[in-house]
Every structure is written in structure tokens, then in C-alpha cells.
Ligand binder design. Sequence first.
Ligand code: ADP
Ligand code: MG
Length: 300
Amino acid sequence: MLKINNLVKNYGRICALNSVSLQINAGEVFGILGPNGSGKTTLLSIILDVIKPTSGSYTWNNGKKFSRGALIEQPNFYPFMTLYQNLKISAMIKGIDNIDNEIFKALKNADLYEFRYAHFSQLSLGMKQRLAIASAMLGNPDVVILDEPTNGLDPSGIVLVRNIIKNYVNDGKTIIIASHMLSEVEKICTDIAIMKNGNIITNGKIKDLLDTSTILKISVNQDITLLYNILNDNRQLIKKLDIFGNEITMRLDQGIEPSQISQLLFNNGFTVNKFEVTKQTLEDVFLNLVNSNHESQQIV
Ligand code: ADP
Ligand code: MG
């Protein structure tokens, strides 16, 4: 649905995007996760043609026609018009057919139908945010892009926004969400890219990054490559096997217990120096990646 190739954006001497490449496929709920200042809004602004990149390119839907809706800055709703009237203006600007039907559908999805004739100014912050999302989803576009959709909301407001997004996903649409909140992205997205200082430091299916299989770190008194070879002969137990210096790191296959590995070591006469068992959560991945170096903004 979207191919991004080596996008660079410099604001004067500040490098906001440092050669970002990414592919987002149709049907994905794609989270762009990163701390404030990591370049998320810059990236979304470029792919929405709001700002121009310094260099690099992107292609939507292989150049074929598609529709999209976006919430990237606070939209300008009219305070003394009703929700219905406000969405009617959005719908007319977007050239949407069957306007009333679409507006009511969007309002229902955003849990705002009963307020359809209230003035925008009467809404709570959470309701305003939901209206903005409803406006982005108006007309059922193929792609919806949301920048920090739950920013500033209380926990119940966050749940409501999450439900709007989830309902939309059930239609098989592509959604791109930028957020600095791991908990939010983790609950909604199928795929994520983690950004830091204008770089994508990792990306992939959330279920792979969330892989909670057991991680074992082992070092032994004997020849580590000999141990590696023995473990490699037992790959039915191990889904990932790496050797770093005199230490072996592995991910155990589903249902395999660390004791099965220690038995294997014992049977082959190894004496263990270190036998460390851990599990990794997405939070570990995120915090490790984001905290791993403390360099500040890049200057070009
Ligand atoms: P995020 O959305 O992840 O918080 P942004 O894309 O807003 O990050 O910002 C990335 C970097 O670019 C930050 O260092 C920010 O200060 C800088 N930046 C963003 N917009 C501008 C601008 N219009 N002029 C100068 N610097 C900017
Ligand atoms: Mg931002």
C-alpha cells in the first residue's frame, strides 16, 4: 500500500529523518512508535504531501488509485455548528456520495451519534478527538492515517478511541498510527516500526517482536563451537540460535523447557558457567532500543 525509500528531511541543520525506508501492506494496522521528537509527524506529513522531503521518495498503492483519510493536526471544526454540520462540510470537501448515510455511520462508529445535533463547542476533549477520527474515516477510505490519536485522553477515552480503530480494521482497511505510547500500539497494531532520532531502529510483525518464547544464554567451560554444533543438531528444540564470543543465545521453541537444554548439556559432558533464562516483552525491546544510546538530535 505504501513504499517509502530513503526519505531524508532536514529542518535547517536538524536532521528529522535520516534515510527512512519502509513498506506498509494493505490490511495492516501499522504503528509508528517512537519517543517525542523521533520524526513520526515529519514522516506522516511527508507521505501525506503536507511537507516536502529533502530527498528520497514514496509510492502509494503502486501508483494506482485509492482513497485516504488522515488526522495529523487538530482539524478546524466550527465551534457553533453541530457535529452533523461539521462532518457535512468535511464530506463535501472530500466529495463523498450518500453524505447523510456516511456521516451517521461515522458518528455511530465514533460513539457520537446521540450528540449529532450538539454544538462542537459542547464536546469534551475525548469527544472532540473522536469526532476528528470520525472525520478521517468519513467515506470509508482505504487508508486511515492517525497521528497520536489518544494524546491527552484519559483511560476511558483511550479505550473508546481504540474501539473506533478496531471496528474500522474489521473492514480490512489499512491504518497507520503514530504514537509515543507503547501500550497503545501494542494493543491495536499488527505491525510496527520503532523510530529514534529520525531512524527506524526495528520493524516487523508485532507477534514476532512480542515473541515471548524463552531466551537462554549459556556459556560453558569447554569449546563453545562444539556446544553450538550439538545445539544445532537439536534444532527441533530451538528456533533461534546465535553465538556471540564465548556465549550462546537461543530462543526455545514453543513448549520446550530450559531443563531439556540443561539435560542435553549434561548428556554431552558440558559444565555450565552461565545458564540464564529470560523472556522478552515488547516493552523490553522498546526500552532497550530507545535507551540504548543517549545521543541527542542529529545535526547535519
Ligand atoms: P515526533 O512526531 O516523533 O514527536 P517530529 O517529526 O515532530 O517528531 O520532529 C522530529 C524532529 O524535527 C524534532 O527534533 C523536531 O524538533 C524537529 N522539527 C519538527 N518540525 C520542525 C520544524 N517545522 N522546524 C524545525 N524543526 C522541526
Ligand atoms: Mg508528533
